[in-house]
Design a protein around this ligand. Sequence first.
Ligand SMILES: [Zn+2]
Length: 408
Amino acid sequence: MLDNKEILEKMDVRKNIGDVVDYVNSIFAKALERKASDIHIEPTEFFLLIRFRQDWDFFMIDKLDRENISPIITRLKVLSKVKIDENKKPQDWKIVYMDSTDNKNIDIRVSTLPTSYWEKIVMRILKPDATLTNIDKLWFIDVNLEKVREALKSSYWIILVAWPTWSGKSTTLFWVLKNYNPLEHNISTLEDPIEYNIEYVNQSQVKPDIWFTFSTWLRSLVRQDPDIIMVWEIRDKETAILAVEAALTWHLVLSTIHTNSATATIQRLINMGVETFLLSSSIRMVISQRLLKKICQNCKKEKNLSEPLLKKVRDFLYPIMDKSEVDSLVFYEWEGCEKCNWSWFKWRLWIHEVLIVEPYLEGMIINKASANEMTELAIKNWMVTILQDALIKAAMGLTTVEQSLQLI
Ligand SMILES: [Zn+2]
């Protein structure tokens, strides 16, 4: 398969794009059809590159003569009603695009940044609310789903860890919020940026330039009689402490943090300076989430694993499953067919690690145990690690053992 550099080299530079209005519309239509999350309009030294991000991969879409840069950027500025002559400063706007396939308005967030070759434009396609409700899309295995549902009944602090940053944390957070009726609870969120609009939820946007940050918002929010609080990200000690206080005063607090595992999150909060006795009694659940590529269900076929690979799989699964059950598992590989277009980039699958902070962990938190020590104890208390989750999904025919083991 060609890599993106080779694909780009093979593409011709197109001079004539026809009517610019039609061209820009065709880019939006194509992005929606391919379920791209972002459209990048990138002026380079010799041409204008248009590429899409789908899941985590980039796809080269068009390579245009540089004379098209100005008309395309001007058209986008007209659509979003911002100053056309401002090109020295970064700008953020929004475009509302009418999707003609189902007559729905789609919000597209637009960001410009001056670069050495003009302005680069990145457009994020904001998925409509309706796509968020399907539980199957979240891929929780039953045992984890049970834990998540149980934890959501409480008023505590729940943290989501997603790695890498774009691995769908907003979808999971909003799925969690969907469990609550906003007319029966007072739900407030502070986001950066607001990605989905939800009816009756009080959504605010971070504005650091006017000091509207996570900590100032949290401080004002306690006077807003909230039940459920969603803090988009814990970035500093002050926000972490305010989140702990909110959870200790009977609010459900949801937030995300930038670490790479469930127990590392606890360690990170301790390192930030959160008092361990407050932390152990406020935090209830940490969900760590990652994306794996999903194999095509049409062309997957059974695969006999090599002995060393099989041994690794057994080492990871014996502790949580019956030996005979593990030995009889079947694994798969991806072959390529018309349906997946010989490319497995199209689909993704989430894998999780759900850590419930139960009394057995509280002592460890208070004694500032290491993340590894906490993980070991959590495994003894039936936490399914993210790697085990991936292997279970490999045995369900959703991904491959090779991909799962890359997580080590
Ligand atoms: Zn296929």
